[in-house]
Design a protein around this ligand. Structure first.
Ligand SMILES: O=C1C[C@@H](O)[C@H](O)[C@@H](O)C1=O
Ligand SMILES: [Co+2]
Length: 294
């Protein structure tokens, strides 16, 4: 397997704020993905959930399913609740042919709170919560391995695994065979981390990649005005690769040199009323072609 390029539906319809892009239909979204030159997608709130139905729409457009997000609550709810929801999600993704499952711990997360400043108010897990998180993730990882899949942990703004130190702690305390890492350029730069350092350190554990860029002026505004994660997204802190402050060339050089095989998914949520998702998808595709020759 080599590298395959996908794009997330979140630029058309936003799962965190379904009112963003409510007017965009599922068929418009997947048709525009395919027309822009992508061959994969993640799954959004308008996608049919029956594997055969979803496949019939995607196959027509030459799209495969890369993965889909799963919210874990290992730090705040009984493990069995997360496991039951995870197994359903795993089986759906398995039926769709995906090999990786995006997992993010949402216990104490402020990412979905409209008025909570994302920089100052992110949660910090206690030692006990860390133990619940790492042991729970290893169990979910083992369930994924039963189906020849992997969980890829999504470090994320406004959550307990956001910073380099937190990613280090998660990686140090989990079995590499059970817990892999998702590399999201936008979240790392938003948080002030160095994506090159993270990629170099964890290249053997990175099994999924999200490419998103950051608008520098919006990032400044987020800090100055203490905006929440959702306000930041609405105001345009994220954009597609090639449209923001991140230089993807050195990132790509590391990815290429590492022999990475798997998905690179463009994931650039912004307000579709301000940023036409079809035009931005084409912009991303052109920039990636220039930088990676893919
Ligand atoms: O992978 C992701 C999924 C979204 O729901 C999330 O909020 C976004 O920022 C992201 O990186
Ligand atoms: Co992401």
């Amino acid at each position: 397997m080599s590298i395959t390029l996908g794009i997330a539906p979140i630029a058309w319809t936003n799962d965190d704020m379904p009112e963003l892009g409510a007017e965009n239909s599922f068929e418009q979204c997947i048709s525009e993905m395919a027309l822009s030159g992508f061959t994969g997608t993640e799954i959004g709130n308008k996608y049919p959930r029956e594997p055969q139905v979803l496949k019939s729409y995607l196959e027509l457009r030459g799209l495969n399913v890369a993965s889909a997000w799963f919210s874990a609550f290992l730090t705040t709810k009984p493990y069995a609740e997360t496991e039951a929801a995870f197994v359903q999600h795993r089986d759906f993704l398995h039926a769709m042919g995906a090999k990786v499952i995006v997992v993010s711990e949402q216990g104490h997360s402020v990412q979905g709170q409209m008025d909570t400043p994302v920089i100052d108010k992110k949660p910090v897990f206690t030692d006990e919560e860390w133990d619940r998180l790492t042991s729970g993730l290893e169990k979910l990882g083992a369930l994924a391995r039963e189906k020849d899949m992997r969980i890829v942990y999504h470090h994320h703004m406004g959550t307990g695994v956001q910073t380099t130190a937190e990613i280090d702690r998660l990686m140090a305390n989990t079995d590499p065979d059970k817990v892999s890492l998702l590399f999201d350029t936008g979240h790392l730069v938003f948080s002030g981390e160095d994506p090159l350092v993270i990629f170099k350190k964890y290249q053997d554990r990175i099994f999924h990649i999200h490419f998103k860029d950051i608008r520098e002026d919006m990032l400044r505004q987020v800090k100055e005005e203490k905006l929440s994660f959702l306000q930041s997204v609405k105001n345009g802190v994220f954009t597609v690769p090639g449209d923001g402050m991140i230089d993807f060339r050195p990132i790509w050089e590391l990815i290429d040199a590492s022999g990475y095989e798997g998905w690179i998914v463009v994931e650039a949520e912004q307000d579709p009323a301000k940023a036409n998702p079809f035009l931005y998808a084409q912009k991303a595709r052109n920039y990636i072609r220039q930088v990676t020759k893919i």
